[in-house]
Design a protein around this ligand. Structure first.
Ligand code: SAH
Length: 233
């Protein structure tokens, strides 16, 4: 379905994805229209095709329909004033979208990426995008670090997105989730992965459900990721 979308511009891509039903929420469509994917994808790639594209270092920018799906899963937790964490922030595309969704009323989004070259590039990408002022204002922070440990200085978070596949339940990240908050994370290995949704109740208990079968790059350590190998798509 959504993989059929191939736009001539960012606006055209979003229009097609809405027509195919890959974006259902108007709020998510608006934010994805505002953040031009073309500013986040290497010039050699087709930024407006609904597919993942390589960004170097054995990583990919997720496909637009996955960005849309994750933003829709988190939408009710990305209200103005909310605090959010984007683990494996890569190009910074989703961090930028999340920033625009929470920016009013003191909201904040922290992106954590373990490849420092990607973090530096993501700062340029976000700077050039509609979310650029949020970086300067400190609404968006982009850090280099091991995202498996979350980002304790700004915990607890209303919304946590993980852009790489954890082998198992991401317990440390769940510890940094606010009661009432939601964490979305692909869990599994290269053969079998599911996008998992974890909801923390007010009493601290966690309920989980499976959203869909997916294929993400692994949430791993830096040395393993830098080792040459096949590209995940
Ligand atoms: N949402 C990003 C996804 C990029 S791919 C985007 O669409 O641009 C997943 C990213 O997770 C890669 O950039 C990879 O370098 C990063 N990653 C993998 N393991 C990590 C870890 N332990 N800590 C932080 N980032 C990690």
């Amino acid at each position: 379905m959504s993989w059929l979308s191939r736009g001539t511009s960012n606006t055209d891509l979003i229009r097609q994805m809405q027509a195919f039903g890959a974006i259902k929420s108007e709020r998510v469509a608006n934010v994805m229209r505002e953040v031009d994917r073309g500013l986040f994808v290497p010039p050699s790639e087709d930024a407006y095709q609904d597919a993942p594209q390589p960004i170097g270092f054995n990583a990919t920018i997720s496909a637009p329909h996955m960005h849309a799906h994750c933003l829709e899963l988190l939408e009710n937790h990305l209200k103005p004033g909310a605090r959010a964490l984007d683990v494996g922030s890569g190009t910074g595309y989703l961090t930028a979208c999340m920033g625009l969704m929470v920016k009013d009323e003191g909201g904040k989004v922290v992106g954590v990426e373990h490849i420092k070259e990607l973090t530096e590039k993501s700062k340029q990408n976000v700077h050039n995008s509609a979310a650029g002022p949020l970086l300067e204002q400190g609404v968006i922070e982009l850090h280099t670090g091991d995202g498996r440990k979350g980002w304790p200085p700004h915990a607890l978070y209303d919304a946590i997105h993980v852009g790489a596949a954890a082998e198992d339940t991401p317990k440390e990240l769940l510890n940094q989730l606010k009661p009432g908050g939601r964490l979305v994370c692909p869990v599994g290995n290269v053969l079998e992965q599911y996008l998992m949704v974890y909801d923390k109740a007010d009493d601290g208990s966690v309920r989980e459900h499976t959203s869909s079968g997916v294929r993400y790059v692994p949430l791993t350590n830096e040395q393993d990721q830098r080792r040459p190998r096949g590209i995940f798509r």
